[in-house]
Design a protein. Sequence first.
Length: 457
Amino acid sequence: MTTLAFDGRTGASGDMLLGALVAVGADPAVLAPVEDALDVTYDVREVTRRGVSATKVTVRHGEASEDGRPRDHDDGGHDHAHGDGEGHHHSHDGDDHSHDEEGHDHGGAEGHGPSRSYAEVVEVVEAMELPDPVEADALATFELLGRAEAAVHGTDLEATHFHEVGADDAIADVVGVCLLLADLDPERVVTTPVFAGGGEVEMSHGVYPVPAPAVVELAERAGWRLVGGPVDTELLTPTGAALLAHLAEGVDETPALRVDASGYGAGTKDLPERPNVLRAALGAERADADARAGDATRAGHADESGLVRDDVVVLETNLDDATPEVLGGLQETLADAGARDVSVLPVTMKKSRPGHLVKVVAKPADASRVARRLAEETGTLGIRESSARHRWIAERTFETADLDIDGETYAVSVKVASDADGEVYDYSAEYDDAHAVARETGLPVREVLRRAVEAVR
């Protein structure tokens, strides 16, 4: 299994993630759709942070700076969204600036481009015509960030208005990271506990401790450990936290790897006694006894049962006004959006009203799209998400049973369930195929099902 491992002991931000991905082999040429859509360029160069050579990726705009060079953006300060439409100014205690030959850290300065609502950010991303998995990851990251900010400010996602996070350079960070990760195409992405920094951050509502409220909310939603320190400045930005929360699995330590590539993504801070870099390592997980023992708990690997673990997201919503026609159509409409399974259960709701609980199983990359379709189809005002659920599944293949009935040949698809070693333990003929054959031949459906299974055994 190819694994990409991040070590965030000096924090993480959008530009640090961009640099780390390029450092381990991602091709910056894949960033062209973002450059065309936002009229920006990604400047990739090698810099040194306290003796460590690292890759610095800077989002540059056409507008000239005071010294005549193109303005650049680094996600090194605090950027986030607000439900009340009010921008916040931030100052960081102990936040030093690191200068090099071509740019500098803008810290908490406003991002380039307009502030946007969540819906407007979605429109910008969708207009880029990205590959489907990349678009799904980018939208899921912004949704995760928006929901975290909405929870902090006591509002809902649609009312959340992005300021710096909705600006062009923040969109360039998020979409750029998703494009570079897709270019590397690792089977697993992990991050060790990320150091968030310390001290205080000043907002218009008051002074808050680091990590910022949105970062804490994102860590909680991702289920990974957040570590304070080791310096009194903000090390983990909301953009960096949202990207890692969506894309990476939290682990306590880097797994045993046969490292094929490693590198560092440069930040912009001049930290005391340590380089402001994000380390990344790409390689195959070692096939020794310890690694094999751990494989049983990782998605895509079988344990002694022979079944394979699969990671899914469970979406739920309660409905008290949905018609039978709408409920009946959810199986098809949600499947078209990427749902793996849909269940509708009768429940008793408040004031003893009868209602329905809709439960949907989806892959994490499809969850945002499925949730949106569920909201559109039912009009629900809220959808609960339970992330990182694990299910044990059989290996499934399909075979075609050719049935000779009264001189005519009919095809019925049969699902074959087996374990990881190929041992078959169940056959299941597809009902729709069997039903069509039964109607045409006059045989009972159960007889067609039986014959189809017997034909492929």
